[in-house]
Design a protein around this ligand. Structure first.
Ligand code: VGL
Ligand code: ZN
Length: 210
């Protein structure tokens, strides 16, 4: 019998110190994703981790735009961009994966947002919508078919990753109770509406672990 989990991947999005309480861009209750993710990860043979990984002069940082403040939206070359507090700067403790994350069998850590001039909420495609990260190629080369997405934040990097995974032809589920949201101006409801319209399943951890 083939292992029924052979085609499945758990994708753990941006569970990094800066997104946890006390971090530079803390997601409310962000630390609550760690225990469920650790539990879920034991049920997956294949796990991919993503890391937001910005240079210190990144275009998404309010500090890169004199006179602007965090959580404002501005227009940039590739469209609109929310400005954020400085977060997940390459090599800093804030960019490190949460130390309580216990997923030693993860096979790939993919870093995104490394180009100073382009943001990347999605682990598949940068915000210019033209520059791939290579994740789709990796997943296809491994023969995976189904993605189960978890992590931070539901309405930004989780949603964009799920949507681009679906657009790349994978079957995608988002594990709601293994995610937490920022919820900026209704962004959470919009993200779920877009994901549901795209055919992404909204599931709970109990749908995977009985
Ligand atoms: C994220 C805002 C800025 C996320 C990353 O991981 O959801 N949000 N950078
Ligand atoms: Zn970021």
């Amino acid at each position: 019998m083939p292992d029924p989990r052979a085609l499945d991947v758990l994708v753990i999005v941006d569970v990094q110190n800066d997104f946890l309480p006390g971090g530079a861009l803390a997601v409310p209750h962000g630390h609550d994703v760690i225990a469920p993710i650790n539990r879920l990860a034991r049920h997956f043979a294949h796990v991919v981790i993503t890391q937001d990984w910005h240079p210190s002069n990144h275009i998404s940082f309010a500090t890169s735009h004199p006179g602007r403040t965090a959580f404002e939206t501005i227009d940039v070359a590739y469209g609109s961009q929310v400005l954020w507090p400085v977060h997940c700067v390459q090599g800093t403790p804030g960019a490190a994966l949460a130390s309580a994350l216990d997923v030693p069998h993860a096979q790939l850590i993919i870093r995104k947002g490394g180009d100073a001039g382009i943001d990347s909420y999605s682990a598949f495609m940068e915000a210019d919508r033209r520059t791939p990260t290579g994740l789709a190629g990796y997943l296809r080369a491994r023969g995976f078919a189904r993605l189960f997405v978890s992590g931070l934040a539901t309405d930004f990097c989780v949603a964009w990753t799920a949507l681009d995974g679906r657009a790349a032809g994978f079957e995608v589920s988002v594990i709601e109770d293994a995610c937490r949201a920022i919820d900026l101006d209704g962004s959470l409801a919009r993200a779920w509406a877009e994901m549901e319209a795209a055919g992404i399943a909204r599931i709970g951890g109990s749908d995977i672990i009985a």
